[in-house]
Design a protein around this ligand. Structure first.
Ligand SMILES: Cc1cc2nc3c(=O)[nH]c(=O)nc-3n(C[C@H](O)[C@H](O)[C@H](O)COP(=O)(O)OP(=O)(O)OC[C@H]3O[C@@H](n4cnc5c(N)ncnc54)[C@H](O)[C@@H]3O)c2cc1C
Length: 454
């Protein structure tokens, strides 16, 4: 419990106007996209790394939990203050500090919104590729903490591939700097990689140095129908072996499709799934590649539904974005999973998901970044069906692991997957992870209850 004395000390650190205990504010900072809720005891809005350091020192002295929070769009409960304590809202740390065009890097504070960063660097002809579907509201700090991915990961990789360095406040209040503007560096252990994806449990990022690429001139998209799901392995194999990688290969299964079909601006043929492809590059190259790809597709068992070039290419992504709100017609509640399987195991994994739909009589469906084996599996259910949804969850995770896959590709473990950690991680490796956490955070004050159940 935070007593009045601790609240006063916190106010002294951040200033009275940057701390709140008002019930409506506590409620606003009690949940993320999982809708799991737990009230914090206070919310603070620090303005510097030094203030965060002082808060963490206080937390060790008075033993209260500190939960870093970006935009609260996390899909695994990472920012939910499950043990109470203080939510550290990073929204005041929202400046783009430097766009270095010569070195193609950008230095930002963690509260910068992903899309705003992309727009700012695009004005200088530069490109920050990671593109979580939440980019119009997620923060860069949250992206780094979760190692966010997105559709473009097929060609460009995920957040970790762009983080060159970090300023991190450690749980004991020390401030460290990792990495450099250099592209290569092997001086000592790679601490940057340790912190990327650490879900706010090992340190709090206060500055983030990111690598940029030249901005591609043009995009093109192609929407394909799969008349038979069984043709997926051959089609995917052909697409992954193109001499120039596609930017995105997204999948939408039959049940998702039923939910969005009425919103589409074109008629769909009879298909068992959709593939949305994207390519980028210079105008000349993209136009030629699109033509070549259409020619290749004529020899595969697919139906070309529509194609788009340049600005019009953005429109086709509306199909993909329409899924999240549309699926609530299938049930009041959603249990979301973010499994990844080796790409050669995608068809049996999707078939298992369809079989679970029949076995349990619940709407279970999948869509997502099939180009890198990452499927967002969703189970829709209503009040009273929680146990059944839980059983389906376990079956989905078991199947992904049986196919030599992983529990999470980009949403993280947080609260919702913590109990499955021992299902995937062998005991010695799990102990090593817990030893790392204890070494950095012996009092378990930083985001407790996340990744590990304790
Ligand atoms: C509609 C929708 C679509 C989505 N699509 C994608 C997608 O395509 N790909 C994808 O990867 N994710 C996706 N997500 C999930 C989510 O947006 C990402 O995980 C995102 O990176 C979270 O950022 P955030 O700022 O909201 O972080 P939060 O939810 O606030 O926090 C997430 C975690 O980061 C930690 N954290 C936040 N800031 C810091 C910091 N400065 N230092 C240390 N730790 C910190 C928190 O403690 C927490 O553990 C989606 C979510 C929604 C709602």
């Amino acid at each position: 419990m935070l007593d009045k004395k601790v609240i006063n000390l916190l106010q002294k650190i951040v200033g009275k106007e940057h701390l709140t205990t008002a019930p409506e504010d506590l409620l606003s900072y009690s949940y993320d996209a999982t809708q799991i809720m737990h009230l914090p005891e206070a919310v603070v809005f620090p303005g510097t790394a030094e203030e965060i350091a002082a808060i963490l020192k206080l937390a060790n002295q008075y033993h209260f939990a500190v939960i870093p929070r970006g935009a609260g769009s996390g899909m695994s409960g990472g920012a939910v203050p499950i043990k109470g304590g203080v939510v550290l809202a990073m929204s005041r740390l929202n400046r783009i500090l430097e766009i270095d065009c010569a070195n193609m890097t950008v230095l930002v504070e963690p509260g910068v919104v992903t899309a705003e960063l992309q727009e700012a660097v695009a004005k200088k002809g530069l490109f920050y590729p990671p593109d979580p579907a939440s980019l119009s509201f997620s923060s860069i700090g949250g992206n780094v903490a979760e190692c966010a991915g997105g559709p473009r990961a097929v060609k460009y990789g995920v957040t970790k591939d762009y983080v060159l360095g970090l300023e991190v406040v450690l749980p004991n209040g020390e401030i460290i700097h990792t990495g450099k503007k250099t592209i290569k560096r092997v001086t000592g252990y790679d601490l940057t990689s340790l912190f990327v994806g650490s879900e706010g449990t090992l340190g709090i990022f206060t500055k983030i140095l990111l690598r940029l690429l030249p901005l591609p001139e043009m995009r093109a998209t192609i929407l394909l129908g799969l008349p038979r799901l069984s043709s997926l392995p051959l089609v995917l194999n052909a697409l992954l072996r193109l001499p120039e990688p596609l930017t995105a290969i997204e999948f939408i299964d039959d049940l998702c499709l039923e939910c969005v079909v009425s919103k589409l601006p074109f008629r769909l043929p009879q298909v068992e799934g959709l593939l949305l492809l994207e390519m980028d590059g210079s105008k000349k190259v993209v136009e030629t590649r699109q033509k070549d790809l259409l020619e290749l597709l004529n020899h595969l068992e697919v139906k070309i539904i529509t194609t788009a070039l340049g600005e019009k290419a953005k429109g086709l992504w509306e199909v993909r974005r329409a899924i999240s709100p549309a699926v609530f017609q299938l049930g009041e509640k959603k249990s979301s999973h973010d499994i990844v399987v080796p790409r050669a195991k995608l068809l049996p994994m999707i078939e298992r998901i369809k079989a679970l739909r029949e076995e349990y009589g619940l709407p279970v469906f999948c869509f997502g970044h099939i180009g890198d084996g990452n499927l967002h599996v969703n189970i829709m259910y209503n009040q009273g069906e929680e146990e059944m949804a839980q059983s389906v969850t376990e079956e989905v995770i078991k199947a992904a692991l049986a196919f030599d896959g992983t529990i999470s590709g980009e949403h993280g473990i947080g609260l919702t997957k913590a109990r499955f950690m021992p299902w995937e991680i062998e005991p010695a490796a799990l102990r090593l992870m817990q030893t790392l956490k204890r070494t950095l955070d012996p009092n378990n004050i930083l985001n407790p209850g996340k990744i590990f159940e304790v």
